[in-house]
Design a protein. Structure first.
Length: 406
């Protein structure tokens, strides 16, 4: 199957343009003409060739925003709920889509479905776009005849996650601006103001105070050896980034995050929120507990929790423990969450209890983030004041000494 762009005129004289998924140019033309359209132009959709797209599959899928997939899920759920077949629903979404790369993905999905593949199987061939959780839920929905409901649940979960992520990002804008402003002020004073004052100090040939010598050393580094400093900083950043992309580096990073005051509390709550939301959604969609446990491990987003979760899975699948018992043994999940999960198990409503816990945790995370940002703002102001104050002190101290000599 291929994607074609066309311009045509409808029977009422209105111009129409769009995209159509077809096996050949002739088939695309025939389909459009059967719809009563007068074709002005038609050709292959703009974008990379099939071989180039295959070669650059990773970069292509990485360029597709998460919101595009969420929007597709929501629209697909609506179309499927009306009884439209999968292939026809995908064809509609291809024609109406606005993201060229994702249109090619949908075209490939439709082709696989027409060839006899299940929708979940087709989605599994695009793991960077459709996670294991996504595919497992779609497979369960197909098997149980509840695909529309499952897609609705997936869309809801993704929208909630994106909303929470956007809230955290927006909350961090002000502190980040403050940090860069503080660094900018410090670099400006060290690079431009201090070099003009230092010659005055040197004329008196006196022992300069320690704060002044520290600031002068920093000024000399930035002004005289800025290229070396820049190379060292860039090298350190790249080396650190490469290390933290490894398994050991990521675990060290995640351990450090959990130990930071306030921030560690936020990270822990977000991780537990992901666990309860993902587990609850999958179990409610009909995914088996064992499969859900294997999938949820990779949705936690924290290596410390992921490594501990391996033992949780073993305790449940091999030792026959309940979920609450295995989580209690892990000693990393909050006691209140474990108690609520136990109540859900005893009442045979585990999935509902997990979803309820996720709703509570989502509210707590938002409140904690707001409190953390409210605390971070005065800390940033104090940090800026301390940095600027130290430089001012370094400049004023030798001036006081010179006044005494005079």
């Amino acid at each position: 199957m291929a994607l074609y762009e066309y311009r045509a005129i409808e029977k009422n004289g209105k111009n129409r343009k769009g995209k159509i998924d077809a096996g050949s140019l002739k088939q695309a033309t025939s389909t459009l003409q059967s719809q009563g359209l007068y074709i002005l132009s038609i050709g292959a959709a703009k974008g990379r060739s099939a071989s180039a797209r295959q070669k650059e599959k990773k970069s292509t899928t990485a360029a597709i925003p998460s919101k595009v997939i969420t929007g597709f899920t929501r629209q697909f759920a609506i179309l499927v709920s009306t009884g439209i077949p999968y292939d026809k629903s995908l064809e509609i979404l291809v024609e109406e889509g606005e993201h060229p790369e994702f249109q090619h993905v949908l075209s490939a999905l439709r082709a696989q479905v027409l060839e006899g593949s299940s929708l979940a199987g087709a989605m599994a061939s695009h793991p960077r776009l459709f996670s294991k959780m996504y595919v497992a839920m779609v497979r369960a929905g197909e098997a149980g005849g509840t695909l529309a409901k499952v897609l609705e649940q997936i869309a809801r979960v993704r929208e909630e996650e994106e909303e929470l992520k956007a809230k955290i990002q927006s909350a961090m804008i002000y502190p980040v601006i403050m940090v860069f402003m503080g660094l900018g002020i410090v670099v400006f004073m060290i690079s431009f103001i201090l070099p003009k004052i230092v010659p005055i100090f040197q004329q008196f040939n006196v022992q300069l105070p320690l704060p002044t010598r520290i600031v002068m050393f920093a000024s000399d580094l930035i002004v005289q050896h800025w290229l070396t400093v820049l190379i060292l900083l860039a090298g350190s950043f790249l080396a650190g980034r490469r290390f933290f992309l490894t398994r050991a580096g990521r675990k060290l990073w995640d351990q450090s995050l959990l130990k930071i005051p306030v921030l560690g509390k936020v990270v822990r709550k977000i991780t537990v929120f992901r666990f309860t939301q993902t587990m609850g959604t999958m179990l409610e969609s009909g995914v088996e507990l064992k499969q859900a446990l294997e999938i949820v491990k990779y949705a936690l987003g924290n290596r410390v929790f992921e490594d501990t979760f391996d033992q949780v899975i073993l305790d449940i699948t091999r030792k026959g423990m309940d979920l609450s018992q295995a989580l209690r043994k892990s000693e990393i999940f909050p006691v209140t969450v474990i108690q609520m999960i136990r109540v859900g198990e005893e009442s045979s409503q585990l999935e509902k209890m997990l979803n309820q816990i996720s709703i509570i945790l989502e509210k707590e995370v938002k409140q904690t983030v707001e409190k953390a940002v409210a605390l971070l703002e005065p800390v940033m102001i104090l940090w800026m004041a301390a940095m600027v104050g130290f430089i001012v002190l370094a400049i004023m101290m030798p001036m006081f000494e010179m006044n005494q000599l005079i």
